[in-house]
Design a protein around this ligand. Sequence first.
Ligand code: ATP
Ligand code: MG
Length: 303
Amino acid sequence: MNIEIRNLSKSYKSRTKTTQALRDVNLTIKSGEIVCVLGHNGAGKTTLVKSICGLLRPDQGAVYLDGRAVHENLSFAHGRCSAVLEGSRNIYYYLTAYENLRYFGLLNGLGHREIDEKAAHYLRLFALEQFRDVPVNAFSRGMQQKTAIIIALMKDPEVLLLDEPTLGLDILSSDAVIEILHQLASDGGRSIIITTHDVHLIERLNARMVFMNQGQVVRDSRLPELKRDGADRRYQITLQLRPGGPELPADADLRERQGDMAVFETADCRWLEQVLASEQLIQIEKCSQSVAEIYKAVMSGHA
Ligand SMILES: Nc1ncnc2c1ncn2[C@@H]1O[C@H](COP(=O)(O)OP(=O)(O)OP(=O)(O)O)[C@@H](O)[C@H]1O
Ligand SMILES: [Mg+2]
């Protein structure tokens, strides 16, 4: 399903204060795309997710699902979106895991057999099989989160909105979520939007990244492109230090020093050109930036 977000603004108003959470956001998300929304706490990520599925009414602008404005077609939007919202109660604590899946499955129009098949499949996948009949108020936070994700997946939605889905999940469960997201996206037809601070998840999804700051989209790029841009500018150098030989560049970021051997990073291409012919130059490697470094670099321009 295609998602068009046009000039979307949203503020929260109380008697004493107005907080502008989204400011003129424009985004197009195509069918089959996975988008990671990133940004500091309070950047507007959750507000964006809630606006897409129609839980919040925009002050200005609109979200369109296949051309239909969400706030004017709420039941259409609710029928096509599944959202797991961070910090919200997505499940009933006094029901067991299976009862939750059954209850929400029926609400979402699934048949009894389909519910049982899907419940068995996902409970196995998320290692919750033996907790099927345990009330979820006895679950750990991660187990509750997994139950909420299963409810969202069982609906097989055209738009899947996951607000910090791996928060509290152990590494195996987090990997199971990543595996499922890859499968869902490759099946095509579905659009998946994930807000996250989880660098492991971002690295593994290798997806489009939308950076938000103070309610605005400040960068929209694919992870491989961001990595390539960053990597082009930095090199890891191994250099033998000798009297009369080349000096380290002014920006050298020393990683290792053993005897007369130094390993450091630099972005000084002029220095590199000058020492290329030197015998002391042992090795040059392009640096690959980590997701955390990319995040800091993008956000540092928008402090
Ligand atoms: N219900 C609300 N009432 C008043 N202000 C709110 C409400 N929800 C969010 N805000 C404010 O709107 C801004 C955006 O909040 P939002 O929850 O969308 O940020 P976020 O990017 O999801 O942050 P986090 O990474 O902490 O989850 C913040 O300044 C927040 O304080
Ligand atoms: Mg949030």
